[in-house]
Design a protein around this ligand. Structure first.
Ligand code: ATP
Ligand code: MG
Length: 577
């Protein structure tokens, strides 16, 4: 490809709204342009990267035995009504009406459509296992599209769906995808971690997320330094610690109500009463499909709503409004406590070992001190309800937990029979009995993966593409396009490399070397071949590596050999990153 013929509009200025480096650099490197909120066009350079990622995905999905299909973007509402998601999906689902007033949606995911195919085409246990995948455009009306193509509304996803006769089969299909995903992200040159994720209400038995480690990641990853435990923050558990030394004495003091005028928050109350936050139990009232519940959480801990939802089997749990708190506790928010409450009370495990603690008194401007379980408070159930936090220990091995940030690039999920049950996708087993197909689903955000690579690999000059997903492997830069000898050599090297299947960009623009070098750095091409007068007189050209600025000068006749070796080395290197 010749630079002069390529639509590659690089920019000096960052887009005003770009919060993260990948968004800034994709914009400045002329990869993407915004069309509307969360809706982007890919320009040629951007598309080349997307296609590189897609190619790796295809190779690994095919290798894992999955078959590529292409399903429609626009899906009839009827299918979504069968799975009940027409009602349940909420506002992320873009609903469309056609000229006959029929309802459709723009697919945010394709479980319904693929299960519809399965129920029509799969008859016998002999046809399974099966795994279908596609690389296709999704739309989710995200409430806050941001970070460029990392969280947008229209995006390209690789989604795959496996079909098995039973859980054992699903386990094998899942494991294959786990391995395929590991290979995909490794081959993309990314540093990532696989973490346990919520299965939520779908009730599947397993779910893992593939997280690219990056400071700007939206997800918090909790992982053990010693064993291989790793989970996302919603799912992460901490080792249940024993009674604290002071509590262990278990001298139970008499309950006492104290005045706490205008003291509502944990900080205000504990300061005022001169106790530590871990000596207070906060009572949080939730509105759920199962009715109102009160949760008890140690003062320095945070509730994990997703754990509460899972425990109760609710899609959503909502902190009660001020009015509801008043109705349930008889006091304004800030003074709730478990004593005398008539709703279900669920305590976090950490509260189980507390004695003589502080709670609200369900009365304005008052708290209780020396509250104790059993004597003063009846707890209906104890459960793991809290977020893990720094200092917590690994639930598996008890060593310290490490917190880091990550970008979710892939997600694998054991669905079980949720969709096959709803859409009646069944098969006949060996004994001619009708059974539900057991499913798994597997997603990768294609453009998000490219953006995550930029988050991981960049410097102040621009992108530093890992070789396997770079838009071009080599950029050939004659420092002065007006000097014929330089241009001739550049053309010659360009042709040689192209003939040897190297992906190469020839900067044939009539620009200053400074501009050319700046653009080459910005767009992040891993290898730059510089052709300058001084070197060329001696029959030499320079190769510069983008990732470390290392330069070597070689005889120009050895260019193909040298470039091939470097490409090979960098591709291999990214496999071990
Ligand atoms: P998130 O929690 O980031 O919203 P999700 O759990 O909704 O992701 P899945 O439904 O598992 O995502 O989709 C599979 C993959 O699609 C994700 O791992 C991610 O890489 C990608 N993806 C999801 N939503 C978006 C989006 N709004 N923009 C770009 N990629 C996305
Ligand atoms: Mg989402």
């Amino acid at each position: 490809m010749r630079y002069s013929q390529l639509m590659l509009p690089t920019l000096k200025e960052d887009p005003a709204e770009a919060e993260v480096i990948s968004h800034r650099l994709m914009f400045r490197a002329g990869m993407i342009r915004k069309v509307a909120a969360g809706i982007y066009s890919f320009l040629p350079l951007g598309l080349r990267v997307i296609q590189k990622v897609e190619r790796i995905i295809r190779e690994e999905m095919n290798r894992a035995g999955a078959q590529e299909v292409l399903l429609p973007c626009v899906q009839p509402a009827e299918l979504w009504m069968e799975s009940h998601r027409w009602q349940e999906y909420g506002k992320d689902l873009l609903r469309i009406e056609d000229r006959h007033s029929r309802d459709y949606c723009f697919g945010p995911t394709h479980e319904e459509v693929i299960t519809d195919i399965a129920r029509r085409e799969i008859r016998s246990y002999r046809q399974m296992p099966l795994n279908f995948y596609q690389i296709q455009t999704k739309f989710r009306d995200e409430i806050r599209p941001r970070f460029g193509v990392m969280r947008c509304r229209e995006f390209i996803m690789k989604d795959a769906y496996s079909f098995d006769t039973d859980e054992v089969g699903l386990g094998k299909s899942y494991q294959k995808m786990y391995e395929a995903y590991t290979r995909i992200f490794t081959r993309c040159g990314l540093t990532f971690e696989v973490v346990e994720a919520e299965t939520g209400l779908i009730g599947g038995t397993a779910s893992h997320e593939f997280m690219v480690l990056a400071e700007t990641g939206e997800e918090t990853i909790v992982s053990c330094q010693s064993c291989n435990y790793a989970a996302n923050i919603q799912k992460a558990e901490a080792k249940r610690t024993r009674l604290r030394a002071r509590s262990a004495k278990k001298i139970i003091n008499p309950l006492k109500k104290v005045e706490t005028p205008d003291k509502k928050t944990v900080e205000e109350v504990t300061k005022f009463l001169k106790v530590m936050p871990e000596d207070l139990v906060k009572t949080l009232i939730f509105e759920t499909e199962q009715g109102v519940v009160a949760t008890l959480i140690q003062g320095d801990h945070e509730i994990n709503e997703s754990k509460l939802g899972n425990l109760l089997g609710c899609d959503e749990v909502k902190l009660a409004s001020d009015d509801l708190v008043l109705e349930v506790t008889g006091a304004p928010k800030g003074y709730a406590g478990p004593i005398g409450l008539s709703v279900k009370v669920i305590g976090d495990y950490a509260v189980e070992s507390m004695v003589n603690f502080v709670t609200g008194a369900n009365e304005q401007d008052a708290h209780y001190i020396n509250v104790n379980l059993g004597r003063d408070v009846k707890v209906d159930q104890f459960a793991d309800l809290r977020m893990v936090k720094e200092g917590d220990l690994c639930p598996r091995c008890g060593k310290s937990l490490n917190f880091s940030r990550g970008i979710e690039v892939g997600h694998i999920f054991k669905l079980g029979t949720k969709y096959s049950k709803a859409l009646r996708a069944t098969y006949l087993d060996e004994n001619g009995r009708e059974r539900e197909i057991v499913m798994g689903c597997y997603g990768i955000g294609v453009a998000r993966t490219a953006a995550a690579a930029i988050e991981q690999y960049h410097d102040e000059d621009g992108i530093i593409w890992p070789m396997p997903i770079a838009p071009f492997q080599v950029i050939v830069v004659p420092v002065n396009s007006k000097i014929e000898a330089l241009m001739e050599t550049a053309e010659e090297i360009y042709r040689l490399l192209v003939n040897n299947a190297v992906e190469v960009l020839l900067d044939d623009r009539d620009s200053s070397p400074g501009v050319k070098f700046k653009d080459a750095d910005l767009i992040g091409v891993p290898l730059r071949v510089t052709i300058g007068e001084k070197n060329l007189k001696k029959g030499l050209v320079e190769i510069r590596r983008r990732k470390n600025g290392e330069t070597t000068v070689i005889e120009k006749d050895r260019i193909v050999e040298a470039i091939s070796a470097l490409i090979h080395e960098e591709v291999k290197g990214s496999l071990h990153a």
